[in-house]
Write a protein that binds this ligand. Structure first.
Ligand code: PMP
Length: 375
């Protein structure tokens, strides 16, 4: 018997309501019924992204939304500031480079967040920068950035602030309009509680203005074209109907729980998870830990890759290891989206089980987490 458990930071578990909705016979995308669903989804996305600006849905994974967030606003030869500090921050710079945009990089140490002062300095040194690319939660390190502070700084300039909220939308506070975030790029397979396949991009008026002069080539990922269709409750190409029908379900769940309760749930799960790993004598890797996932340093004497593989192969429980320079050095536990208190206790218990089989002595993780959850 194998019971599959997903505790990696994406793809995450999909609630049964959404799975069942997506199993319905296919609806044609050019029908009044589907148009009504698109209208409902557009409204739900506005709530999820905390914005009055349109949120464009793309058929493609999150990187499609990230790529669109470069090609629709910039021209080859433009300058952009990219905050890196992890694999996904680096992706912003890679996309800029692919489009001939000069990327000026801010490089906090992996595990730390860039400071608002670093951004202020970079903008002063590069007054021609047209965009700042940041990441709300850098999933490769579990680090949370101060987007509110970045927004205050960027709003004083002509640049737009573009935020990767791929793993964090629906789990971590992001007041898109209030914080002056111009573009939020996200995807479906994390805290949005769906399978992979949808990308999202919210676009402010300041960002729309840039689309008029942006000279980077684009066709499939043309946000203005998608927006024009969206205003008619339509899509420029065949819509990923089943995923959008699933999205209607998960957006309804978000509404029902309410943003405040949803954010409080994630904060509590993260607090419990951190208390659990620390009680086991382990160290949280991130200096600015995020509410949606916890990155933990692999203890001395333990083979980090083998640990993650053992959980997967012997217990069919998936957490994530480290990426790039952190391979074998950290493991990452997700507590986002369709995740509750029992999930945190389960994953901590499983971590303890496998670590102890590998000779690690620390224990008491799940009970320390239970104390936090009970409190
Ligand atoms: N940015 C962040 C912060 C992510 O966590 C991920 C996925 N792990 C991505 C970008 C890329 O997402 P996708 O694979 O859906 O393109």
């Amino acid at each position: 018997m194998r019971k599959i458990r997903l505790y990696a930071p994406g793809p995450t578990e999909v609630p049964p309501q959404a799975l069942l909705a997506m199993a319905q016979p296919i609806l044609h995308h050019r029908t009044p019924q589907f148009q009504a669903i698109l209208a409902e989804v557009a409204e739900g996305l506005g709530y999820l992204f905390q914005t009055k600006s349109p949120v464009i849905t793309l058929a493609g994974v999150s990187t499609a939304a990230m790529e669109a967030s470069v090609s629709n606003f910039l021209s080859p030869g433009d300058t952009a500031i990219c905050i890196r500090g992890g694999k996904f921050g680096e992706r912003w710079a890679e996309i800029c480079t692919a489009y001939g945009v000069k990327s000026v990089n801010i490089d906090p140490e992996w595990g730390s967040a860039a400071s608002p002062e670093d951004l202020e300095k970079a903008l002063k040194a590069n007054p021609d920068a047209k965009a700042v690319y940041a990441t709300l939660v850098e999933t490769s390190t579990g680090v949370l950035s101060d987007i509110e502070a970045f927004g205050r700084i960027v709003a004083k300039t002509d640049a737009i602030l573009v935020v990767d909220a791929v793993s964090s939308i629906g789990a971590v506070e992001l007041l898109t309009d209030t914080w002056n975030v111009d573009v939020v790029a996200a995807g479906s397979q994390k805290a949005v509680m769906l399978p992979p396949g949808l990308g999202f991009a919210s676009v402010s008026d300041k960002a729309w203005a840039l689309t008029k002069s942006a000279g980077c080539p684009r066709y499939y990922l043309d946000l203005a074209k998608a927006h024009k269709s969206m205003e008619k409750n339509s899509t420029p190409f065949t819509a990923p109907v089943s995923l959008i029908i699933g999205l209607r379900e998960t957006l309804a769940m978000v509404r029902e729980e309410g943003m405040e309760a949803l954010l409080a749930r994630h904060r509590k799960l993260a607090e419990a998870c951190r208390a659990g790993v620390e009680a086991m004598g382990l160290t949280v890797f991130s200096k600015a830990p995020a509410p949606n996932l916890t990155a933990v340093s692999v203890p001395d004497g333990i083979d980090g890759d083998k640990f993650v593989k053992t959980l997967r192969d012997e217990y069919s429980l998936t957490i994530a290891g480290g990426q790039a320079q952190l391979k074998g050095k950290i493991f990452r536990i997700s507590h986002m989206g369709y995740a509750d208190q029992i999930d945190v206790l389960t994953v901590l218990g499983a971590v303890e089980l496998v670590l102890s089989k590998m000779g690690y002595k620390g224990s008491g993780g799940a009970s320390a987490a239970a104390k936090v959850l009970a409190g």
